[in-house]
Design a protein around this ligand. Structure first.
Ligand SMILES: *[C@@H]1O[C@H](CO)[C@@H](O)[C@H](O)[C@H]1NC(C)=O
Ligand SMILES: *[C@@H]1O[C@H](CO)[C@@H](O)[C@H](O)[C@H]1NC(C)=O
Ligand SMILES: *[C@@H]1O[C@H](CO)[C@@H](O)[C@H](O)[C@H]1NC(C)=O
Ligand SMILES: *[C@@H]1O[C@H](CO)[C@@H](O)[C@H](O)[C@H]1NC(C)=O
Ligand SMILES: *[C@@H]1O[C@H](CO)[C@@H](O)[C@H](O)[C@H]1NC(C)=O
Length: 945
């Protein structure tokens, strides 16, 4: 209902706005008509001078921008008042200049700021670079200045303080740096101040308290530090204050309670500490309060009970204690309520019971106590609920089935009892159902089989009994993870499980399943983890299990399986890393694969006796030893050959390196030599080992300082040098902090690597091809800036040739495909590796499983349809799940364009891959807004046709 009325209001405003702008155009047309008729001498002079200045500036822009301004031509009798984007006053002097969305590329250096009557200057969403010239302070009548969404650098000029008529100052989403000038305090007419998404540093100036007419302030996503100035309490007209994503410290000032018109307060992603001031309870108009990701503590002030009209309250990732406010939804408007990972105690707020407006509720990771059947109701709009990790009890009721819009329901790790209500099967949009670690009894209802969109079903560690209803697997075509471990389930494993072809994780361990392992499990081509341990399964291991291409972890221990391990395990399961087949009745040879060779003795324990290539078991009989002999013979033969080959390659390499060194020394570009050879001469691996030794494996005795994210150690190197070594700590705690800055840091890492590569390909003479870009060779400094290291395999390109002949080097999994059949190494191979690395940074793991199905040249429908990833996979599903999806538009746009760019770099034809220079500049340009919500973007849309 409220949704509808707000839509209606929006529509109404839209109509009013359009009528208004229509009105403006009428006036504009008539004024320029008047201007053309009036022939006053002095005003014509002003008009002519202004026109000349604009044409001169136009000439400084790039060609495309100039063609966008084709109406801007100076000639006798022509008036600038008819040019695109311009309006004048009755005397023919320019008052209004709007060049938003014009794709302008250039600087403001040649923009002559002498427009005595200009009131509006709009350059929103162009590609203007360089500094904002101080002469901008010479526009005495300026009311509206919008330079947002450009790539402007340098400081905010203090001369802006002279624009005393300014009402709107919008410089958001640029690359401005330095402090916010105190002089902005002179802008007492200012109603809107937008400096978000820049690189501004230093404190928020206290002079902000002079802006007593201000309505909207956003300084979010900068690097501002220090406390929130108490002068903020003087901004008594303010409605929206956004200081999110900075490094602000100290507590929330008491004076915030003065801001009685405030409806939107966003302070998340800072380092604020202390309690919420009780005066916050005065903000009865508050609609959005976002404090998540700080270090706030103490209980919420009693006074917060006065805030009843909240739409969105986000308190997650702080250290709050005490109980949640009872009447949080009294106004019936609450949509978003998140308090994850605090120390809240007491019951679920009473008013949540009939809070039908709720869209998203996350109270997970607290110590809440209460009966869920009494404190929760029916939520027709609810999309996401997570109450995991509390001490809630009571039963799940039929009412949940009526919450038809729910996509995620997580009640894990509470004390919930009773049976799973069959009508949970009515939640047709449900994707994740997690009721694990509770006291649920009874059966797994067969109705869950109608949750056609389900991706994740987690019911482990309960007391569920009975069989798994076979029909449950009929429609769960999208299921990726099924965990029913540690229940009392019995009967045989349903063959229908083979229908869940996207299953990646299957854990049925610690139950009472009997019968054989259905061979249909071999159809789960995406399966990575299979755990059937601690049941009473009998029979032989079906050889089909050996055909699971993605399998990494296999646990069949503690059953009653017998017979040999199928030979198919030896050849097909190349990705298997962890295996446990202990406590069965298996016998015969173990497969000669890495997982079995490196398995622990515990994992191969068997009464009947396994044999083979692992010190834990005895060697096999004659047949095997004969095979071993042949293998040994072959191995020693190839070792000898390899040795010979390496010897020859070394000789050649030595020769080439000497030669190129000589060429280098003779080269004219002396400036770069020192740096490059400095890097080349540096053996990172040995240095690392040296440091390990010198700090006694980072022994605490050597620790001389401890910071938030790092420790500093004193190290005496083998050379006698004493150095300080900084070790980054990637603990859970610091991980949570990184988490708050969504994907921003990772985009910076990609940019850093691209910058280094661009320099080496285009600015070095001769260019350097790295040949071994992988995640192992990218070092991050304390500012998360990326540096490319390990130049052991780097090669110079001869100035007059575009490639060199070489033997393949590089890290497997990052190598361009053409290196398999050609010996030509050029910059384009690095581009491919760069793309793999970029996807790895975005995914949080090597993207092999992503690249193959999307780019496989033999994309027979069979092969691709059996793999979990295709062109319709959502981008959000392949991004690193440990980070929350990007909140900020600019970061979301960055992720989309970066992935798109990476896909372009994976082109099988090296000639079609972009150059490193293109890549670096593309990563730096202003991005267009997304055409649809980030969560709906499919991979296929990011791949060039
Ligand atoms: C400026 O021009 C753009 C593009 O023509 C238009 O969308 C926008 O509404 C204009 N802005 C103002 C404030 O007139
Ligand atoms: C404002 O303009 C005056 C002269 O018109 C100049 O002296 C002063 O420095 C300017 N102020 C700032 C903050 O630039
Ligand atoms: C702020 O206001 C005070 C008092 O009105 C004034 O004295 C001071 O100069 C102003 N500061 C700035 C930076 O505008
Ligand atoms: C609250 O605002 C009044 C003026 O309206 C001001 O005098 C007072 O200092 C402010 N209080 C705080 C704590 O900022
Ligand atoms: C919830 O119930 C209470 C008491 O019955 C009522 O005052 C309140 O308006 C209801 N809220 C909503 C959102 O329906």
């Amino acid at each position: 209902m409220s949704n509808l009325s707000s839509k209606a209001l929006y529509l109404f405003l839209n109509i009013v706005f359009h009528l208004f702008s229509f009105h403006l155009i009428i006036i504009d047309a008539s004024t320029s008509f008047v201007a053309a008729v009036s022939k006053d001498e002095t005003t014509t002079t002003v008009g002519v001078m202004e026109a000349e200045a604009l044409v001169k500036w136009k000439a400084s822009l790039d060609e495309k921008s100039q063609s966008n301004l084709s109406s801007w031509v100076n000639g006798t009798g022509s008036s600038p008042c008819t040019w695109v984007g311009i309006s004048c006053d009755t005397l023919g002097s320019i008052t209004y200049l709007n060049l938003s969305y014009n794709g302008l590329k250039g600087t403001l250096e040649d923009f002559n700021f002498s427009f005595p009557n200009l009131t509006h200057l709009h350059f929103y969403s162009n590609s203007l670079s360089g500094n904002i010239p101080p002469q901008i302070g010479n526009l005495p009548k300026l009311i509206y200045l919008d330079l947002s969404y450009n790539v402007l650098t340098g400081r905010i000029p203090p001369s802006l303080g002279n624009l005393t008529n300014l009402s709107v100052l919008a410089l958001g989403s640029n690359r401005l740096s330095g402090f916010i000038p105190q002089e902005l305090g002179f802008l007492t007419s200012l109603s809107q101040l937008y400096l978000y998404e820049n690189n501004l540093t230093g404190p928020i100036p206290t002079c902000i308290g002079n802006l007593t007419n201000i309505l909207f302030v956003s300084l979010s996503s900068n690097k501002l530090s220090g406390p929130i100035p108490r002068q903020i309490g003087l901004l008594t007209s303010i409605q929206k204050l956004d200081l999110a994503e900075n490094s602000l410290t100290g507590s929330i000032p008491h004076g915030i309670g003065n801001l009685s018109d405030l409806s939107d307060l966003s302070l998340w992603g800072n380092k604020l500490s202390g309690r919420i001031p009780p005066s916050l309870g005065n903000l009865t108009n508050l609609s959005r309060l976002h404090l998540l990701g700080n270090r706030l503590s103490g209980s919420l002030p009693q006074e917060m009970k006065n805030i009843v009209n909240l739409k969105s309250l986000a308190l997650s990732y702080n250290k709050f204690t005490g109980s949640l406010p009872h009447n949080i939804c009294r106004g019936g408007l609450l949509q978003n309520f998140t308090t994850s990972d605090n120390h809240f105690t007491g019951p679920i707020p009473k008013s949540l019971r009939n809070c039908t407006s709720s869209l998203r509720v996350r109270l997970d990771g607290n110590q809440l106590i209460g009966n869920i059947s009494e404190s929760l109701g029916i939520y027709p709009n609810l999309n996401y609920i997570d109450l995991s990790g509390n001490q809630l009890y009571g039963e799940l009721t039929w009412k949940w089935g009526e919450s038809r819009n729910l996509t995620v329901m997580k009640f894990s790790n509470n004390n919930i009892s009773g049976e799973i209500p069959p009508n949970l099967g009515k939640m047709a949009k449900l994707q994740r159902l997690d009721l694990s670690l509770n006291n649920l009894i009874g059966r797994v209802p067969k109705e869950l089989g109608s949750l056609a969109l389900l991706l994740d079903l987690s019911l482990q560690v309960n007391q569920l009994s009975g069989i798994i209803p076979p029909t449950i697997f009929g429609m769960l075509h999208d299921l990726q993870s099924l965990n029913l471990a540690a229940n009392n389930l019995s009967g045989s494993l349903p063959r229908e499980i083979g229908n869940c072809s996207k299953l990646q994780f299957l854990n049925l361990s610690l139950n009472k399943f009997v019968g054989t392992i259905p061979y249909e499990i071999g159809e789960l081509q995406s399966l990575e983890t299979l755990d059937l341990s601690q049941n009473m399964l009998t029979g032989v291991i079906p050889s089909e299990l050996g055909h699971l291409p993605m399998l990494e972890t296999l646990n069949l221990s503690h059953n009653m399986l017998f017979g040999p391990i199928p030979t198919s395990f030896e050849y097909a399961l190349s990705g298997l890393t962890t295996v446990d087949v202990s406590f069965n009745n298996l016998k015969g040879p173990i497969p000669d694969s890495k997982a079995f060779r490196e398995a622990s003795c515990f994992a191969l324990e068997s009464k009947k006796g396994l044999c083979g290539n692992n010190t834990c078991v005895k060697a096999c009989g004659h047949v095997a030893s004969k095979r071993a002999l042949i293998i040994t013979l072959l191995l020693s033969l190839s070792a000898a050959l390899l040795f010979l080959l390496i010897f020859i390659i070394c000789l050649l390499a030595l020769h080439r390196r000497n030669k190129s060194k000589v060429e280098q020394r003779q080269g004219q570009n002396n400036a770069h030599d020192g740096i490059v050879f400095g890097i080349l001469g540096h053996d990172g691996k040995r240095f690392y080992e040296d440091i390990i030794k010198a700090t006694d494996e980072f022994n605490s005795d050597c620790c001389i300082a401890t910071g938030g994210h790092s420790k500093v150690y004193k190290a005496v190197l083998s050379s006698g040098q004493v150095v300080a070594v900084k070790k980054l700590l990637l603990s859970e705690e610091s991980g949570a902090l990184i988490d708050v800055n969504a994907f921003k840091d990772r985009l910076d890492v990609v940019k850093g690597v691209a910058n280094a590569r661009s320099y080496m390909h285009h600015d070095c003479c001769p260019p350097i091809v790295h040949r071994d870009i992988s995640s192992n060779n990218v070092l991050l400094d304390s500012e998360w800036e990326a540096h490319v290291s390990d130049f052991g395999t780097a090669r110079f390109l001869k100035p007059n040739s575009s490639y060199l002949i070489t033997s393949p080097v590089g890290t497997f999994g990052y190598m361009a495909p053409e290196l398999a059949y050609t010996m030509e190494v050029n910059e384009r191979c690095d581009i491919y590796s760069f793309a793999v690395l970029t996807l790895e940074i975005m995914r949080g793991k090597h993207p092999g499983d992503l690249i193959l199905p999307l780019f496989s040249s033999s994309s027979s429908s069979m092969a691709s349809s059996s793999l979990p990833i295709n062109r319709h996979t959502l981008l959000t599903d392949v991004l690193d799940h440990r980070l929350r999806p990007p909140f900020i538009n600019r970061v979301a746009q960055g992720v989309v364009s970066t992935v798109q760019l990476a896909f372009a770099c994976l082109n099988a034809n090296p000639q079609y891959r972009p150059t490193m220079k293109n890549i670096y500049s593309a990563l730096g340009t202003q991005l267009p807004p997304l055409s649809k919500p980030f969560s709906m973007i499919e991979l296929g849309e990011l791949i060039a046709p």
